[in-house]
Structure formats: C-alpha cells, structure tokens
Design a protein around this ligand. Sequence first.
Ligand code: PEP
Ligand code: MN
Length: 340
Amino acid sequence: MLLVVMGAAATAADVARVCDLVRERGLTPQVMAGATQTAIAVDGVEGRAVGAALRGLSGIAEILQVDPPYPKAARTAHPDPTVVTIAPGVAFGGPAIPVIAGPCSVESEAQIVAAAEMVKAAGAVALRGGAFKPRSSPYAFQGLGPEGLRLLARAREETGLAIVTEAMDDEGARAVAEVADCIQVGARNMQNYALLKTVGRLGKPVLLKRGAAATIADLLLSAEYILAEGNAQVILCERGLRSFDATVRNLFDLTAIPVVHQVSHLPIIADPSHGTGRRDLVLPMARAALAAGADGLIIEVHPEPEKAMSDGAQSQTPEQFTATMRQLAGIAAVLGRTLA
Ligand code: PEP
Ligand code: MN
C-alpha cells in the first residue's frame, strides 16, 4: 500500500488532483480526511510507480510505501521459510547447511576434477566454478565458455557433486541450464533485468548475488523479477559491498543475513571469499556468517591458488578448506544445525 499524506495547507483541489492521477493509472484512491490533514491510500504493488509520479505535486507532505514493494519475496505473504533444493540432499533454508566450494574459474579438466574431489572429501556438497567469467578487464581471462560447462559435467560424473555456475547473458543462461543444478547470477548482473526474466523462465534454481552497491531492497526487488516469472527457487547471496577501506576487497555486510530473514522467506547464503578478497580472512568470516544465520556458504578453493587464473588471492588452499569445514561443523552444532 502507498500512503499519500497531504500537508495541513493542502486545498481540496490538491487532494482531487492526487485522486485523479491515481485513477488515471487504473487504481482506486481511498481518501481519509483527518481534523487537520488528509491522507490518500492506494492499494496494490503498482502504487509504487504512482508514488514516483506524484512526487512534486503541490500540497503533498509525504509519500510512504507502507508494505514492501516485493510481495512475492516478502515474509508477510509467506511466513514459512522457503527451502530451495538444487539436488538430492542439497537444500538451502532447512536445518542442514550446504557448503558450495571450488575454484573461481574452471581452468582445465585436471584442475576442476582435482578441486571437486578435494572439496567433496572435506564435506562440500556442491561444486562452484565459472565457465563464463565477468571480469573487470576485457583483457583478463574470460573463462573457458561451453568447454568449461563440459568440464563441470565431467566433475559431476566423477564426484556426484551438484554444480553451481554463472550465466552472464540469455544465450549463456540456456547453455548453463543444461549442465548446472543451480544458475548463478553474479553481483554485476544483479540488475540485468532481461537476464533475471530469462532465468525466471528457465525454471532452474538460481543463486542471486547481491550487487556491490545494491541495497537489501534492491536485492529483493531483483529476486522478485525471478519469482514473478513463476520460478520460486531463489537463493540470495551476500558477497560484500564496495566501500572506502582498501584493506579488504569488499565490506562484507553480515547484517544483511538477519535482515533478509526478517523481511523475506528466501534463503540467504554468504560468500566470504569475494566478501573479503583475502584467503586469510575467509575462515573467520565464514564462521561469522554461519553464526549470523546464513543458510549456506560459497567458498573459493583452488588446488594450487598461486596458479589460479582468477581470484587466487582469496582462494583457500585444500588444507585451509578442510580446516574451515571442521570449524564450521562446530559452529553449526552450537546453532542446533548441521552441515549438509
Ligand atoms: C564469482 O563468484 O566468482 C563472482 C564473479 O562473484 P561476484 O559476482 O560476487 O563478484
Ligand atoms: Mn571469483
């Protein structure tokens, strides 16, 4: 609902003008006259667009969006948590916490299969690895593309791990959907609305990462695009925000985890690798994310991080990842949960 609060000096003509504009959008204004001020309520999600159109009209004191503009993602309409299952035994939002791990990029068959075997041995239930990479520089490694998808399928054959990999455009999304158990939409594409609609229609689970400068409401509005296409299988991901302190790559906003749980029924996981940019900080922040209530983690691990084609500095070594999983099991137990 949208609430338009008129100022004390507003005239009857000001009120009528607001009501006319609301009706022109096919909506019904409800006028509530008070002793000194009048308010006009407008029901429905389209009220948000009307609010923007009304801004600046004479006589208006305040325009309030009363309920969240993302009705399908909001807790209000769906009090129970949504559980998103990407493969048998890999469910986000339930009591068991899945960990997705693997390299930033798929680089070769030997690399991805070694990574898959290693993360599986340590307790991960899904393998990450980008075949299509969104890189800040056009000259940086862009990923192996379709060949990378083929190698991910190989790694699944070898290990049985579920596959999570990124799509950057419509055509890529269709190719990714044929191989992946869960399609990742990266931080840079969180507001690529055409891509959100496409992954909404593909019907596969989607891992939607928060943009580096996106508010929590922006993230939930992006999730709403996918839900509005009829795909309810959306997992949100906090991966850090652009900030002023160059000590770390991003400011890892763990507050978003309990806030999202308050306002939405969708599961939210955390990415302490991109969240910090430094492998020495991944373990403490993975512990913190779980303690904050994350429904899962996605962690970059490389068999030989010093040789990684992307994000080597934040990729854990196999030994570090094994130690991380051991500690996460302890944190989960304290919370009355388990690792999946
Ligand atoms: C990634 O997962 O490797 C990646 C590119 O992440 P983000 O979109 O969060 O930067
Ligand atoms: Mn990466």
